[in-house]
Design a protein around this ligand. Structure first.
Ligand code: V47
Ligand code: SF4
Length: 384
């Protein structure tokens, strides 16, 4: 899509609202107009209408933890606060297979449903190692859904193994990998991608990996890293590419806008986006991505209060309990330095926003609906 083409805005906001209310798809020009001219009340009302039409008041979460095998990485993304180069690997970490299995074992008897495996791209960890990790996790916990590896990690390990993307993904799938997370997407448009993460897989590569995964039966998520040097045009271009792919495959479960955090990275001089900007991103995502069932606010990155607000701006999912098992955002300066919530804390957080908490599995099958099966009242609970 040419960005110049988007500079001309032919439609009024009222016409866009009519289209959305009648279930018609909006164009890139209209998406852009929403970002540029939509005020918060207008965007919130529209996005909430769509959210409630699809999900009512239901707000999904899951019980999960992360395994981050390493933060050593061959790439140099300017926004990354987490990685260490191979040369400085003594400042980072690298878990052995047994250490990762000990982590899995520490959840024996705990009713979690998902493990999210994600990390840096270590030059010495290869496809065979990760296939072993998958099969060992499944041998210990066959019930656990393994959501693992960004397209960046996959592109590197599969190319290094000399396989096609389909062959590599099939190997991992056969070993136990169930689905892919949405990371590594950042901003697809080359104008920005070349400035923030020039050396890793490009947009076409990212989209091809997800398309291939969908084709062989592995669903996935998609993200956008927003609120830095990109413009609204780049956000629309990004979502447009995802919307087109989703039209073809229907393989995406959820879209997750990730707010850029500016601590301890090479983009520290770029200010972080305001809450208004965050809520706008969620609302326009809900309105633009008409073929995505879910929009997720990742509470560990956004903070609990903005997450509650986001539930009125199109969001219907807030990710999981996490158990303080991820460092990606705490190292970048997120409010949550030790992200962990018990199930009852997540349930209360959702209830206080006057929504219905629903525990889901990774594929959005309902495990427990808390309106039918509420938690007992807390003695000191504060009315919402
Ligand atoms: O691709 C890195 C982002 C992503 C920063 O699929 C940063 O369910 C903000 O994709 N500020 C990895 N963001 C994490 C990810 C993810 C997280 C939770 C759930 C799911 C899912 C996926 O983290 C990277 C990058 O976009 N990131 N550094 C930063 N300074
Ligand atoms: Fe490596 Fe991922 Fe960090 Fe980029 S964002 S430097 S690929 S760990």
């Amino acid at each position: 899509m040419s960005l110049e083409h988007l500079q001309h805005i032919p439609q009024s906001l009222e016409r866009i609202a009519e289209k959305i209310n009648s279930g018609e798809r909006i164009t890139p020009e209209e998406g852009l107009l929403l970002f540029e001219k939509g005020e918060m009340g207008f965007l919130g009302k529209l996005a909430n209408q769509v959210r409630e039409k699809v999900h009512g008041h239901k707000t999904y979460f899951n019980r999960n933890f992360h395994i981050e095998p390493t933060n050593v990485c061959v790439f140099n993304c300017a926004f990354c606060s987490y990685s260490r180069s191979y040369k400085h690997r003594d400042e980072g970490w690298e878990l052995s297979l047994n250490q990762m299995l000990d982590l899995v074992k520490s959840y024996d008897g705990v009713p979690i449903t998902e493990v999210h495996v994600v990390g840096g791209v270590h030059p010495r960890l290869n496809l065979a190692f990760f296939c072993d990790l998958m099969s060992s996790i499944k041998a210990r916990r066959p019930d656990l859904h393994i959501k693992g590896f960004t397209a960046v990690e996959l592109d590197y390990m599969i190319r290094k193994a000399g396989l096609t993307i389909e062959q590599g993904l099939r190997k991992l799938h056969d070993a136990g990998l169930d689905s892919l997370p949405g990371g590594g997407a950042e901003i697809f448009h080359p104008e920005i991608r070349e400035k923030i993460c020039a050396d890793k897989v490009d947009a076409e590569g990212w989209l091809n990996i997800h398309e291939t995964a969908h084709r062989i039966g592995m669903p996935s998520n998609a993200t956008i890293l927003y609120g830095h040097i990109e413009g609204y045009l780049h956000r629309i271009d990004h979502m447009d590419r995802l919307r087109s792919l989703q039209d073809r495959t229907r393989g995406f479960n959820t879209f997750i806008p990730l707010k850029f955090r500016n601590q301890n990275n090479d983009m520290s001089s770029v200010p972080e986006s305001s809450i208004v900007e965050d809520l706008k991103m969620y609302a326009v995502a809900r309105l633009y991505l008409d073929n995505f069932a879910h929009i997720k606010a990742y509470w560990a990155m956004l903070g609990k209060q903005t997450t509650q607000l986001s539930l009125s701006f199109g969001v219907d999912d807030i990710d999981g309990t996490l158990d303080d098992s991820t460092k990606i955002y705490s190292m970048a300066g997120a409010e949550e330095q030790h992200p962990a919530m018990t199930t009852s804390e997540i349930v209360r957080l959702i209830e206080k926003s006057r929504r219905i908490p629903v525990e889901r599995d990774t594929l959005y099958n309902e495990i427990r609906n808390y309106s039918k099966n509420p938690l007992p009242e807390l003695e000191n609970s504060v009315p919402a």
